[in-house]
Design a protein around this ligand. Structure first.
Ligand code: B4P
Length: 195
C-alpha cells in the first residue's frame, strides 16, 4: 500500500559522471522546486557510518570506484521514498540508475520516471573537480586511482542507461562545463517545461 502512493509522484533521475555536478545542481533544484532529494551516494555513505560489517563491504566497493549491489541501493531508496511519500511534490533521485538493471528494477518495483536529467561534463573536467574536492572532502574515493575507476564504471555501466532513456525520449541534457549558476539556468529551462 505504501508503494502505491508513489505511483503518481513525479520522479526525476539525475545522471552524470563522477564529479559532473549532480549534487551541486540538486541543491539548487530543491531550493527552487521543492522536490525531495535522495542521493544514493549520500545514503550509502550514511550506511557506511553505521560501522556494521555491511558498511565495511560498501565502503570497500566505493573505494574501488565500483558499484555496490543493486539490492542495497534499492532498499535505501524505497525506504526513504516511502518516508516522504505524503509530503513530497516529487523526487529527485541523484546518482541513480547507474546501470541498466537498476533502471529496470526501479520502474518495475516503484514507478516509471518522468525525466532523466543528464548532467554532462568531460572526463577531464570531472577529474579536475574531484581532485580539487579530494583536498578537503575526506572521501575515500576522491583520489586519482579511484577517480579513474569511477570514470570507467560510468562509461561502461552508466552510459547504457542514457541510451535506454534516449530511445524513450526522456533524456534532457545540460552542459555542466559551465559555472554552477549557468548550469542551473539550463536546468531551469528543462524543469519549467515539466511543470
Ligand atoms: P556519488 O556520491 O554519487 O558521487 P559523485 O558521482 O562524485 O557525485 P557528487 O554528487 O558527489 O559530486 P558532484 O558531481 O556534485 O557516488 C559515490 C559512489 O557511491 C559511487 O562511486 C558508487 O560506488 C556508489 N554509488 C552511488 N550510487 C550508486 C548506485 N545507484 N548504485 C551503485 N553504487 C552507487 O560534484 C563534484 C565536485 O565538483 C564538487 O566539489 C563540486 O563543488 C564541484 N562542481 C560541481 N559543479 C561544478 C561546476 N559547474 N563548476 C565547477 N565545479 C563544480
Amino acid at each position: 500500500p505504501d508503494l502505491d502512493n508513489l505511483k503518481n509522484s513525479k520522479i526525476i533521475f539525475v545522471v552524470g559522471g563522477p564529479g559532473s555536478g549532480k549534487g551541486t545542481q540538486c541543491e539548487r533544484i530543491v531550493q527552487k522546486y521543492g522536490f525531495t532529494h535522495l542521493s544514493t551516494g549520500d545514503l550509502l555513505r550514511e550506511a557506511v557510518q553505521s560501522k556494521s560489517e555491511r558498511g565495511e563491504q560498501l565502503n570497500a566497493l566505493m573505494k574501488e570506484g565500483k558499484l555496490v549491489p543493486m539490492e542495497v541501493v534499492l532498499d535505501l531508496l524505497k525506504e526513504n521514498m516511502i518516508k516522504n511519500a505524503d509530503k513530497s511534490k516529487g523526487f529527485l533521485i541523484d546518482g541513480y540508475p547507474r546501470e541498466v538493471p537498476q533502471a529496470q528494477k526501479f520502474e518495475e518495483m516503484i514507478a516509471p520516471c518522468s525525466l532523466v536529467l543528464y548532467v554532462k561534463a568531460s572526463d577531464d573536467t570531472m577529474t579536475k573537480r574531484l581532485l580539487h574536492r579530494g583536498q578537503t572532502s575526506g572521501r575515500v574515493d576522491d583520489n586519482e586511482a579511484t577517480i579513474k575507476n569511477r570514470l570507467q564504471t560510468f562509461h561502461n555501466q552508466t552510459l547504457p542507461v542514457l541510451d535506454l532513456y534516449q530511445k524513450q525520449g526522456k533524456v534532457a541534457e545540460v552542459n555542466s562545463e559551465l559555472a554552477p549558476d549557468d548550469v542551473f539556468g539550463e536546468v531551469r529551462n528543462v524543469l519549467d517545461k515539466l511543470a
